[in-house]
Design a protein around this ligand. Structure first.
Ligand code: 3PG
Length: 354
């Protein structure tokens, strides 16, 4: 497993720390945070830094805003406001008990709390962020003395605040990022067998590499959700893969397939699950009486070491109060898939680079 430099190994008293955090949370029409799992994930790192009397600059992205700005000409209209981090700024107020006001830091707009805390506005308002632009990364780096990445969920992106910035500052892993890598490495490198991998959801192009890799190393790979209809793509996966049959409307796996899956789950010692088996209806997070709910109960009941991930999957498990019953849940969607598929993640590579 990769060993990252830990923030506990560095003197941070009175230092400025650039904390790359997961701020990409689902928002309601009224711009309230629907689910704060990703924010809660880096809170221990923030608290540690503040308690160690560092000055912290929190930065991250929200969604994929199309309109881009230059730093010197930043003016949000109502359309772009849905991508503003204002709801996250409020959430930080609540968690830290500190009031904030709009301000600038090194020309970047954001929110100032006390003298020791600042939140930068959504970095994806600048095209240079996703271009991994060195000048932009240097400008971000100039705000701080130390860089900490606690945003596992975006570590599969070559973004300036994830990858390039680490070239210009001493760099360290946040607590959650370390936990993610430890838990995911554990199931990859030394799983107790049988290892059962369940993949559901919609997008075959993002899930296929995982299904392929896992059909080489897992004892069983169970494929459900809309993915299961992608027979042509799935014809290339190995023999350990069992593809569910779908109901006539294509929205769920058949009862027979579900039973087959549950039998396999019972025998597992390690389970990885990403993506629901059924289409989650508009009452978005309800899974009671669904195939995914039965699967969740079976995984928990199996006593196997269980790792679950994927945005929709963890959001509904949270609503059903089942999430904490899994051994580990990953806050990464694409990042979890990339890591388990054996890809190198730019954000992680940047931390181990000298
Ligand atoms: C995610 O939601 O997986 C991360 O925040 C990355 O977002 P992206 O897919 O828009 O890069």
């Amino acid at each position: 497993m990769k060993k990252f430099p830990s923030i506990k190994s560095v003197q941070i008293l009175n230092k400025s720390v650039f904390l790359r955090a997961d701020l990409d949370v689902p928002l309601s029409q009224q711009a309230t945070i629907i689910d704060s799992i990703r924010l809660n994930a880096w809170l221990p790192t923030l608290k540690y830094l503040l308690n160690s009397r560092a000055k912290v600059i929190i930065a991250g992205h929200l969604g994929r805003p199309q309109k881009k700005f230059s730093i010197s000409n930043f003016q949000l209209s109502n359309t772009e406001r849905e991508f503003s981090l204002a709801p996250v700024a409020k959430w930080i107020e609540k968690e830290t008990g500190l009031k904030s006001h709009e301000a600038e830091l090194g020309g970047f707009p954001g929110w100032k709390y006390a003298d020791n805390l600042f939140l930068l506005e959504n970095l994806r308002f600048y095209k240079e962020e996703e271009e991994n632009n060195p000048e932009f990364a240097k400008r971000l780096a100039s705000l701080a003395d130390i860089y900490v990445n606690d945003a596992f969920a975006v570590s599969h992106r070559y973004n300036a605040s994830v990858s390039e910035i680490a070239k210009y500052l001493p760099h360290f892993a946040g607590f959650r990022l370390e936990e993610e890598v430890t838990a995911l490495s554990k199931v990859l490198d030394e799983p107790k067998r049988p290892l059962v991998v369940i993949v559901g959801g919609i997008k075959i192009e993002t899930k296929l590499p995982l299904i392929q890799k896992m059909s080489e190393i897992a004892d069983h790979v169970l494929v459900g959700g809309k993915l299961a209809a992608e027979t042509e793509a799935l014809s290339k996966v190995g023999e350990s893969a069992v593809i569910a049959k779908l109901t006539e409307d294509g929205l769920d796996v058949t009862e027979e397939s579900l039973r087959k899956f549950l039998e396999v789950v019972k025998t597992a010692k390690t389970i990885i699950w990403n993506g629901p088996l059924h289409k989650i209806p508009n009452t978005k997070y309800q899974i009671s009486n669904s195939s995914s709910s039965e699967l969740a109960q079976a995984i928990i009941g199996s006593g196997a070491y269980s790792v679950v991930g994927g945005g929709d999957t963890i959001a509904f498990l949270d609503k059903e109060k089942l999430l904490d019953k899994f051994s580990f849940y990953s806050i990464g969607g694409g990042a979890m898939l990339a890591f388990l598929s054996g890809e190198k993640l730019p954000g992680l590579e940047a931390l181990i680079r000298g």
